[in-house]
Design a protein around this ligand. Sequence first.
Ligand code: ATP
Length: 276
Amino acid sequence: MLDVRGLRKVYEGSGRRVEAVRDLTFTVEAGELVCLVGPSGCGKTTLLKCMGGLLAPTSGEVTLGGRKVDGPPPGMAFVFQEYGRSLFPWMRVGANVGLPLKRKKGLGAARRGELVADALESVGLADAAGAYPWQLSGGMQQRVAIARALAYEPDVLLMDEPFAAVDAQTRADLEDLVRRLWQERSMTVLFVTHDIDEALYLGERVIVLSGSPTVVQEQLEVDLPRERDQLTTRVAPRFAELRTRVYEQIQAAKRGGATAARDAAVDLRKDSPPVR
Ligand SMILES: Nc1ncnc2c1ncn2[C@@H]1O[C@H](COP(=O)(O)OP(=O)(O)OP(=O)(O)O)[C@@H](O)[C@H]1O
């Protein structure tokens, strides 16, 4: 459904040339929850911006439901890392959440109000509509950002390291929130993180990226039970095996770039879960 083919992105300008993404090809099926994990600076944000039509690739293409993405597609919503910057401080929470709905044609004020209330309810902030973002904690502000994406009723939700700036306890709660919302709302979710444990806890599939210039190093199915729990899932022997495997891949990528990483992938595949 969401297809990335031969995606390459080179930044040029100010006497600097950076090949951020070299050659990325993968597919995310409708209704999947896929995590992308890779070392810092490997081009994860660049990739998401290209997927969301916010940045034009140098070559290759992204298609959504067979249509080429060349601007933000209807039905796609984003949640970024910097919740502090993504919410307008002079608008109340309800107005922030309702803002993108103005892009949806033919939506009356009453329906907009329902969608906002429903989204805030979904993230446990039903009573916060009248507050200003700066009156809320960091974790609550990130919930507001998630509610704003949900109110839009997206088919596809792109999340770019959304929990990097919150404390560990809040992060665990927000991870559980994402899994619950994904199950309840049947959305396609693509979640970018540099945190291996987070990728494995959340994802049904994990795509491991190499260091920059980036290629897809490996994709693995997360064959953990669908019902996950912060206590039991993270200490399961299978979770530890998967974590070791992804960690090895990322280390190989850092040591020797994409080629060494692909060699490591071949070794690891001998006793591995299904790889697409
Ligand atoms: N607008 C830009 N102009 C020039 N170079 C850029 C631009 N944006 C990103 N880059 C470069 O592209 C590379 C990938 O950056 P990107 O932010 O996509 O990586 P990332 O994996 O999201 O990083 P991190 O994990 O640290 O957030 C980096 O070398 C970065 O300096």
